[in-house]
Design a protein around this ligand. Sequence first.
Ligand SMILES: [Zn+2]
Length: 92
Amino acid sequence: MSRIFRFVPYTITQDPMVWPTYAAECVSGDAAACGATSGERSDPADVDEWIRRHAQGAGHTSYRRSFTDFVALEPPEDLPPGTVMAFASPTL
Ligand SMILES: [Zn+2]
């Protein structure tokens, strides 16, 4: 039994089964950052609201916002049966 090794041009797409998340961290402070965090939220508006409330209470005005999503690698549809998938190293 022979196997065919091919480099497959995968497509990277956002995983529709997992919601993206948003978060913020307060980086205000002179010697050290405050470090207060919103926790992960599914709605970016909730993160904005957390920032407003934290700013109101602590007077802090600098934040790091982050967005996280999950992706899936999908092979092309015309992959011949029995193909062993191989990943190509990115060329720099
Ligand atoms: Zn803070």
